[in-house]
Design a protein around this ligand. Structure first.
Ligand SMILES: [Cu+2]
Length: 512
């Protein structure tokens, strides 16, 4: 019972300058076209000289270990205040800055509250948060809360642009269990470049119901790791022009902005919250020596039970929480193995899936503090019940389109009643990697190619790799509203595909 495309939806009554900001379809398309056709002009906000900000931050060089290896640090924790009304308030300024990824070579970058990447926001389930989002760039941006269940008006998708010099204050109540979420810009047609230049950060949701036992001292035994893979031009700029059919693939992987780094470990277990913030690359996170890692969480929350794994595949936008056990003095390399993309083998090199890539080295101190035993049941994850579904939708990904259509900001593709549960079937019709992400929801994977999902896909998800010609069935519950002015997106999270229009939008209607 497909509701199908609901036809074009105009916004004649929309206020000219609403609080969040809504662009007309013409403006959105104009922005997209200019971003696509004039990348050098539009990408220039990474040039500090052209930043709208009064200051252009410079990233401090990473500290060095005794042997000169750069040390990977956790992103700084974002400061916040709690107002009299109990709302936790953060500020994120999108800024242009400079970083050195190679000795004596300045690279123009972007970041939040700094030159590159952003601080880690943190809030508890049940808390209301408000984020002052300031655009100090010279180009339009948005700020999307990836994986957050929140109303469409706060979601920060392409209908919520922040003009250069502008500020918005998205606010919502955190209404989901503990999870590793992230934030990044989502301007239509220009997401790849902004993320590649460094606009990304982590948002951790805490939950009083989470059992003890997981390493949880931020930056010590609980460390977010953002994976990105920019390619650099000979003069040190981030290369946004060289791309494959899935977009830019870098030649080295940065972990929290550091290539070839090490992470000092001072306890017998360390929890790594790994975020694939790369535009196109799919990783298969593993220990270089083949030892098992323990997967304890995926995109939308903790697992029902710790899961020993040899590797964890992460397509763009996906996250994994893994716990690694170490002995005193031990060094463990973390790598990305060639991921199983389900593609024709001859395409592996094209999509960066042919060679292992070093990520970082875990270096245990000579004496380690004992970590508690992992909880046997990190979270209560009930079995998904497809009988609860009252509707179904199908999504065919191919040739830069979803269901044969390129994204149209003026077209609402789906309408779903608030509170509904549906089975969404997503299929890729061709030999390219795709990663499917619907906004505003978490989902469960019901089946992969007709079979039950592997255990690493059996928890809560908000983004999932879509292998070719292999239908994925997802059980999606719609707990948050989104209207025609700020609908939710669903799209391929291979960012070049998204920018090219492999994206649709849907309304979640409180009126049913
Ligand atoms: Cu795609």
């Amino acid at each position: 019972m497909s509701r199908g495309a609901a036809g074009r939806t105009g916004r004649p009554g929309a206020p000219r300058r609403p609080p969040i900001g809504v662009l007309s379809r013409r403006a959105l398309l104009g922005g997209a076209l200019s971003a696509l056709s004039l990348p050098l002009l539009c990408a220039c906000t990474a040039d500090p000289a052209r930043s709208a900000a009064s200051s252009s931050p410079r990233r401090p060089s990473p500290a060095l270990a005794d042997d000169g290896t750069p040390i990977v640090a956790a992103p700084p924790a974002a400061p916040s205040r709690v107002d009299a009304d109990g709302v936790r308030v953060f500020r994120l300024r999108a800024q242009a800055g400079t970083a050195q990824f190679r000795a004596r070579t300045d690279t123009p970058t972007c970041g939040y509250e700094g030159a590159y990447l952003g601080p880690t926001l943190r809030a508890r389930r049940g808390e209301t948060v408000r984020v002052e989002v300031v655009n100090e760039l010279l180009e339009e941006t948005t700020l999307h809360w990836h994986g957050m269940e929140l109303p469409g008006a706060a979601d920060g998708g392409p209908h919520a642009p922040v003009a250069p010099g502008g500020t918005v204050w998205p606010s919502w109540t955190v209404a989901q269990p503990a999870a590793t979420l992230w934030y990044h810009p989502h301007p239509h047609g220009a997401t790849t470049g902004q993320v590649l230049r460094g606009l990304a950060g982590v948002f951790l949701v805490d939950d009083d119901d989470a059992p003890p036992g997981l390493p949880s001292e931020y930056g010590v035994d609980d460390v977010p790791l953002l994976l990105s893979d920019p390619r650099f031009t000979t003069d040190g700029r981030i290369d946004e022009e060289t791309r494959t059919a899935i977009g830019p693939l870098g030649d080295a992987v940065l972990v929290n902005g550091v290539a070839g780094g090490c992470l000092p470990v001072t306890s017998t277990r360390v929890r790594l919250r790994v975020v694939n913030a790369s535009p196109a690359r799919v990783y298969a996170l593993a220990a270089a020596d083949g030892r098992e890692l323990t997967l304890v969480g995926t995109d939308g929350g903790l697992l029902a039970a710790p899961l020993p794994v040899r590797s964890v595949r992460l397509s763009p936008g996906e996250r994994a929480e893994v716990v690694v056990g170490l002995d005193p003095g031990e060094r463990i390399g973390l790598v990305s193995l060639p991921p199983d993309l389900g593609l024709l083998p001859q395409l592996a090199e094209t999509y960066g899936a042919a060679e292992p890539l070093p990520l970082l080295e875990l270096r245990a101190a000579a004496e380690l503090a004992p970590s508690p035993e992992l909880p046997a049941a990190p979270a209560d994850v009930p079995a998904p019940d497809p009988a609860t579904a009252t509707g179904e939708q199908t999504f065919q990904l191919s040739a830069g389109r979803i269901n044969g259509q390129v994204h149209d900001p003026g077209r609402i593709d789906l309408r779903v009643p608030l509170g509904a549960t549906e089975v969404w079937t997503v299929t890729s019709g061709h030999e390219q990697p795709h990663s499917f992400h619907p906004h505003g929801v978490r989902f469960r994977v019901l089946s992969v190619g007709g079979a039950p999902p592997p255990p690493e896909l059996a928890g809560w998800k908000d983004t999932v790799y879509v292998p070719p010609r292999t239908p994925l069935q997802l059980l999606v519950h719609f707990a948050q509203p989104a209207d025609d002015r700020t609908p939710f997106m669903y799209h391929c999270h291979v960012l070049w595909h998204e920018d090219q229009g492999m994206m649709g939008q849907y309304v979640v209607d409180p009126a049913g």
